[in-house]
Design a protein around this ligand. Structure first.
Ligand code: NAD
Ligand code: TYD
Length: 351
């Protein structure tokens, strides 16, 4: 398969590219290399002849059109995005540019290319738009998001992802572009930029720094190991039905405070100290618009396409912690551009 992956130098994109390349696919990675993207995440496949990299902004029409014309993919897996909720609260502009206008540009370039294909090649072409469960908004204590749940995004990040999902669906309904949308829950694993809860907690705990927990730490996320998400994306792109949405979730709900305590306990076990790392936990002001709970029902993906999450939270978090302990070569340089300081606080309280 010839697969074009956008955002392939980021957390999930690099896990996807590594897997697709090692499976023997011909892969083209397109990435702008923002603060969140680094080619060191692709070091494991840098000597492979079946991988090419192009540094480009997905908003750049001529550059993306050229990628389509020269590489001639049969599948696009579109992951490039601004992805951090707190950053979107501090500064939403890049989220609108990349997530909304960038997706629009990807869809338009894909459409131009797809319309030029022969009938058999056009029938095989797929555009997988990779999105988040956060488009559905916040759950109370009960229930789970299904593909029928109404969109109700809370943050600038999730609002721009919701907009991009609607664009992707509209390009299918209006132009017939063979689009599929996936909406996944919170990912964790190696190579995640240390601004998100799990890598930030691991690295701060290693350094003996405070571990900020928003509000009372009772918000719930549904955690999925990144390699399980990547497996789902490959299955959906290959066998998903065109025009459909597939939810991807871990069936693995945890309160934030329990995730942070689990990381502390595991680090204490690996490197015992006089005082447990739990003493570093610091409750801080809540995130504005903080969604209380996410839970994803992936029955459709499981029953229709036979996908199952294979990694338990216990084994995934163990692998993740050990990887960060061994991988200062990867995260050391990134910490020079982002030192872990809190983002996303409002200077003035809202109405
Ligand atoms: P990430 O922030 O780690 O990586 C994003 C990548 O996109 C980076 O390599 C960055 O350089 C690149 N990028 C950003 N703007 C670009 C632009 N204008 N042009 C080209 N490249 C650009 O994000 P991630 O966590 O790997 O998420 C990947 C995708 O999966 C996103 O679309 C996100 O919305 C979605 N998603 C993420 C999660 C999660 O828990 N991380 C869960 C569900 C869905
Ligand atoms: P995050 O990793 O930013 O992912 P998302 O906002 O997309 O779910 O945050 C996960 C949860 O952890 C979320 O409820 C906010 C919370 N959180 C903290 O309590 N402390 C932190 O330092 C961060 C970054 C997040």
């Amino acid at each position: 398969m010839k697969i074009l992956v956008t955002g392939g130098a980021g957390f999930i994109g690099s896990a996807l590219v590594r897997q697709l390349v090692l499976q023997g696919n011909e892969v083209m990675t397109v990435d702008k290399l923002t603060y969140a993207g680094t080619l060191t995440s692709l070091a494991a496949i840098s000597d492979r002849g079946n991988h090419q990299f192009v540094k480009a902004d997905i908003c750049d029409r001529p550059a993306i059109a050229h990628v389509f014309e020269s590489f001639r993919p049969d599948t696009v897996m579109h992951l490039a995005a601004e992805s951090h909720v707190d950053r979107s609260i501090t500064s939403a502009r890049d989220f609108l540019d990349t997530n909304v206008l960038g997706t629009f540009n990807m869809l338009e370039c894909a459409r131009g290319y797809w319309e030029s294909l022969s009938a058999p090649a056009g029938a095989r072409f797929r555009f997988l738009h990779v999105s988040t469960d956060e488009v559905y908004g916040s759950l109370g204590a009960e229930g789970a998001f299904t593909e029928q749940t109404s969109y109700d995004p809370s943050s600038p990040y999730s609002a721009t992802k919701a907009a991009s999902d609607h664009l992707a669906k509209a390009w299918h309904r209006t132009y017939g572009l063979p689009v599929i949308v996936s909406n996944c829950s919170n990912n964790y694993g190696p190579f995640q930029f240390p601004e998100k809860l799990i890598p930030l907690t691991i690295l701060s705990a290693i350094d003996g720094k405070p571990l900020p927990v928003y509000g009372k730490g009772e918000n719930v996320r549904d955690w999925l190991f990144v390699e399980d998400h990547v497996g789902a994306l490959a299955i959906i792109a290959a066998r998903g039905r065109v025009g459909e949405t597939y939810n991807v979730g871990g069936r693995n709900e945890r309160r934030n405070i329990d995730v942070v305590k689990e990381i502390c306990l595991r680090l204490d076990h690996l490197f015992p100290q006089e005082k447990s790392r739990e003493t570093l936990i610091t409750f801080v002001n809540d995130r504005p618009g903080h969604d209380f709970r996410y839970s994803v029902d992936s029955t459709k993906l499981e029953e229709e396409l036979g996908w199952r999450a294979a990694t338990s939270f216990e084994s995934g978090i163990d692998r993740t912690i050990r990887w960060y302990l061994e991988s200062e070569w990867w995260w050391g340089p990134l910490r020079q551009t982002y030192d872990g300081r809190r983002l996303g606080q409002l200077e003035h309280a809202g109405p």
